[in-house]
Design a protein. Structure first.
Length: 422
């Protein structure tokens, strides 16, 4: 008797360059051309199982789309992740001069307040299926937080590797869960290079090295949710922050998959990329009309996006070209302004990457690359409480008084701005 292999809805790992297929193991590059491997699915079977009615009957987490996520059985890590709010941002829309604007708010993702909880829950669930006991990652901060937290909850051991100049908030947010935090004197790209060597030597599940094909697929859930929460339609524009460029490519893939299995009607859309000017290899290439990026040395307050040699930069450029989209970048001051705009208009405190996204959207709208009559979704991917250092000293000041009514009245009378607020 032939035992049927149980791989859920996955068929194989497949090279993005030559199409060669590989078993569904912890491996990420093609042996022939070093192309990245990607999960291939059985879309015919998925189409029968993943209907709108089926999705709507399931719990409100990212796992309601589980046929399109790369695990064989039921999820075992991060079962509560996702289904973050899609906020209609009318006040911000007015400020930016756009008709229809939405904020996909992954600043409140569970449990570590960034979109990385999506990719980590997939990577760790798959790691457990493959029998790993120790998980690891190379991180610009948020990934370290999420691996540390989710590994703790799953009873896995974890090693997280970070550049030594990270924000305090993100360092403490990894240490508190008892993870082994290795801080490396160097940029993320050097951390990543070291991790590739370590991954080859130790038998760990490195979420963004040997587990990358599974890990990266988790990002699609952000796109699936956007389409469902918009009432099963594709927004004309989506603005996505880029570090490695992976999230941008997976938002595009999520829209294509929902079209392919008939959950949304096909429509023209643009997936725009956002970077900080201090680390803009992908946006610089897009603006110059190039298909390849030139690596840069990062120098920006948007540390979560500070990847000078982006692994998926080439594919992100391709997606922008295919969807007729643009990339832009913004200075550190514009990042802070973006954070303030979002906070003051919508009551959402995003981290620096969110400031990048808002700042870039503002530029794209002002220049007409996003027309004023179109619909736009901004992907806000991380929480401002983790990058307080970036805005401290740039967000106004407290007025300090003694606990006396007289002092308060004197203060009001001495400042026109306060008097006007009464
Ligand atoms: C990791 C990260 C991104 C983008 O990551 P990609 O490598 O491009 O997929 C965006 N925003 C935040 C806050 C992140 O932590
Ligand atoms: Zn290949």
């Amino acid at each position: 008797m032939i035992m049927e292999k149980h791989d859920g809805f996955m068929k194989a790992l497949k090279c993005r360059e030559c199409g060669r297929e590989y078993p569904l193991a912890a491996t990420h590059v093609c042996e022939f051309d070093f192309g990245p491997l990607e999960v291939a699915y059985d879309y015919d079977r998925i189409k029968k199982s993943l209907t709108r009615a089926a999705i709507e009957s399931r719990p409100q987490t990212m796992w309601r789309y589980r046929e399109l996520l790369p695990i064989a059985g039921a999820p075992t890590v991060g079962c509560q992740v996702g289904f973050t709010p899609l906020v209609k941002a009318d006040r911000l829309a007015k400020r930016l001069g756009i008709r229809e604007l939405w904020v996909k708010n992954d600043a409140v993702n569970y449990p570590t307040l960034s979109f990385k909880d999506r990719v980590v829950s997939v990577a760790l669930s798959r790691s457990k299926e493959l029998g790993f006991k120790t998980v690891a990652c190379a991180s610009t901060g948020n990934l370290a937080n999420s691996v540390a937290a989710n590994a703790a909850a799953a009873g896995l051991k974890s090693f997280v590797f970070i550049p030594s100049d990270l924000e305090q908030g993100k360092v403490i947010n990894s240490l508190v869960y008892g993870a082994n935090v290795i801080s490396i004197k160097g940029h993320y790209d050097e951390v990543n290079r070291l991790c590739a060597e370590i991954a080859g030597k130790f038998g760990w599940a490195f979420v963004n090295v040997n587990m990358r094909p599974y890990y990266a697929e988790g990002s699609k859930s952000m796109g699936f949710e956007i389409l469902e929460q918009l009432g099963w339609r594709i927004p004309q524009h989506t603005v996505v922050p880029m570090a490695s460029g992976s999230l941008l490519t997976k938002i595009h893939k999520s829209y294509q998959e929902f079209v392919k299995i008939g959950l949304v009607r096909d429509a023209k859309y643009h997936v725009h990329g956002a970077q900080p000017t201090g680390c803009n290899p992908i946006s610089a290439a897009q603006k110059a009309g190039l298909d390849f990026f030139k690596p840069v040395k990062p120098n920006t307050i948007a540390k979560s996006l500070a990847i000078g040699t982006p692994a998926d930069g080439f594919y992100a450029l391709k997606v922008m070209k295919e969807t007729g989209a643009s990339a832009e970048d913004v200075t550190d001051d514009e990042v802070r302004e973006g954070i303030r705009l979002l906070a003051e208009c919508e009551g959402i405190f995003a981290e620096t990457a969110g400031g990048v996204t808002v700042g870039v959207a503002k530029k794209l709208i002002a220049s007409g690359r996003i027309p004023a009559n179109d619909s736009v979704v901004l992907c806000v991917t991380g929480n401002g409480l983790k990058t307080l250092d970036a805005v401290a000293g740039h967000v106004g000041r407290t007025r300090d008084i003694k606990p006396s009514l007289r002092e308060f009245e004197a203060l009001i009378n001495s400042e026109a701005e306060l008097a006007a607020a009464i």
